[in-house]
Design a binder for this molecule. Structure first.
Ligand SMILES: *Cc1c(COP(=O)(O)O)cnc(C)c1O
Ligand SMILES: [Zn+2]
Length: 451
């Protein structure tokens, strides 16, 4: 049997069952991570894993049609078929951004469209694992009454959907007036108990940690490393979609920093099990208004030393359009710093105008990006302009949510009401219903675009 357990990220001795209610190391209070029995996984050759994963990819045999459960032995081997709670997440499109790439000077740019998913964000990948584990725990007789999270919008939407699919009660804590209308209506529609708190995300996080000291309320935030196991399949999918080749760069927007850690863990596991022999360089992309990791990175650069935990101090995050990464005190900062060091990584930032313009430029080439993906695209544009990323490097940008969850932001951009100039604003042409007038207006509009 394949086996996995929780262990302390800092290496304290001892392991804990994945069905135990435990989020932190009892010795040092640090985060836990899921460790797999590597010898058991190595008993199958790299070639055999590739063949198995390719055979399962996007097929109907339960639960392997899910991009996450198609890799179940590497993710959560203890969950039985009956307890898998899947909405067929993963398996998302890897889009060749040909026109946008040309415009910014890249020939091999790809967007991993993780937001094309059941609840419209990549949080589904981790949540299928967490909720399935909870279902397994309940089947084993653990007295869990509800699953709870603090959220900047997408985690709560994913938890509410997977909880509803499993029939498990969900509690979500949201910072009042800091998430989009679509993000708020998702947990409401899925029947979660929605608590709107007069604080920011970091405040909600403090409350949920206190609530989940009650062992009947299970914590679903990414400090629970079960989520990381699902999110790491992003790395596995990217490599699989390139016929088991590793790209040069992977850029991801970062807030609580669980995802950059997860992506690193996925690539590291691929290398450990011999499916690949190199690692990509990782770029963590932060909003300037919520940039504690970028500040730590700058401190390290100025000091001429490698990035370390000592460079980091939390900040109070200011309001940003990239609301899902408006986090000043990221829970997974230690894991993220370790990942950046191991992957020769970088941290970059983008301000409000830069992220909005990058979204608009890329949307003009057929995408429909969320503001967080915009942060990653704006950082990419800077790194290309600076020559850090070379013209023919293979680059992957993780698109983390669907643009349709953020229509207020896009509407305001195109109305020109975001408080800075919208250089690619596209307002509707208002006219009567006279066909000749419409035709005349059309030609005028086409002329101005040609000109
Ligand atoms: C959660 C989220 C992120 C950032 O992930 P972290 O693990 O918090 O760094 C980025 N974009 C979107 C849309 C998200 O929902
Ligand atoms: Zn420890």
């Amino acid at each position: 049997m394949y086996a996995a357990a929780f262990a302390c990220v800092s290496g304290c001795p001892g392991q804990h069952a994945l069905t135990d209610v435990i989020y932190r190391c009892p010795r040092c209070q640090g985060l836990l991570e899921v460790v797999h029995d590597a010898d058991r996984l190595r008993a199958r050759s790299a070639a055999a894993w590739m063949k198995l994963f390719d055979e399962r990819w996007a097929r109907t045999a339960w639960p392997y049609g899910s991009g996450v459960w198609g890799k179940r032995e590497w993710v959560a081997p203890h969950v039985s078929d009956d307890n898998v709670v899947s909405l067929l997440e993963g398996g998302t499109n890897l889009l060749w951004a040909e026109r946008y790439g040309q415009q910014i000077g890249l020939s091999d740019l790809w967007i991993k469209q993780c937001g094309t998913s059941h609840t419209g964000s990549f949080k589904d990948l981790g949540m299928t694992v967490l909720v399935s584990c909870v279902k397994q725990m309940i089947a084993l007789g653990k007295p869990i009454r509800a699953v709870a999270c603090a959220s900047t919008g997408d985690t709560s939407a994913a938890l509410a959907a997977y909880g509803a699919a499993a029939g498990i009660p969900v509690v979500v804590l949201l910072p009042e007036a800091k998430i989009s209308a679509a993000q708020l209506v998702q947990p409401l529609a899925n029947g979660a108990i929605v608590c709107s708190l007069a604080t920011d995300f970091d405040g909600c996080m403090r409350v949920v940690q206190r609530l989940t000291e009650d062992p009947t309320i299970y914590l679903a935030n990414s400090m629970n490393s079960l989520r990381v196991e699902g999110q790491k399949t992003i790395a596995l999918e990217i490599v699989q979609q390139f016929d088991w080749e590793v790209p040069d760069w992977v850029l991801v927007p970062g807030g609580n920093l669980g995802n950059i850690s997860a992506i690193a863990k996925g690539f590291a596991q691929l290398r450990e099990l011999g499916l690949v022999d190199k690692l990509p360089r990782l770029v963590c992309c932060q909003a300037t208004r919520a940039n504690p990791l970028y500040r730590a990175w700058q401190r390290a650069q100025q000091g001429g030393h490698p990035l370390s935990a000592a460079d980091f101090t939390p900040v109070a995050a200011a309001t940003t359009l990239a609301s899902a990464i408006q986090i000043g005190d990221p829970v997974s900062v230690g894991k993220a710093i370790a990942a950046l060091v191991a992957f020769d990584g970088l941290v970059e930032q983008a301000d409000e105008s830069e992220l909005a313009e990058a979204v608009a430029r890329a949307d003009r080439t057929g995408m429909f990006n969320c503001p967080h993906t915009g942060v990653a695209l704006a950082c990419l544009e800077k790194l290309v302009a600076r020559g850090t990323i070379a013209r023919d490097d293979r680059v992957i940008v993780i698109s983390t949510a669907h643009g349709l969850k953020f229509t207020e932001f896009k509407t305001r951009y195109h109305e020109g009401t975001l408080g800075f100039p919208s250089h690619h604003a596209n307002a509707p042409l208002r006219m009567g219903a006279d066909p000749d007038q419409v035709l005349g207006e059309l030609h005028r509009a086409l002329d101005s675009r040609a000109g």
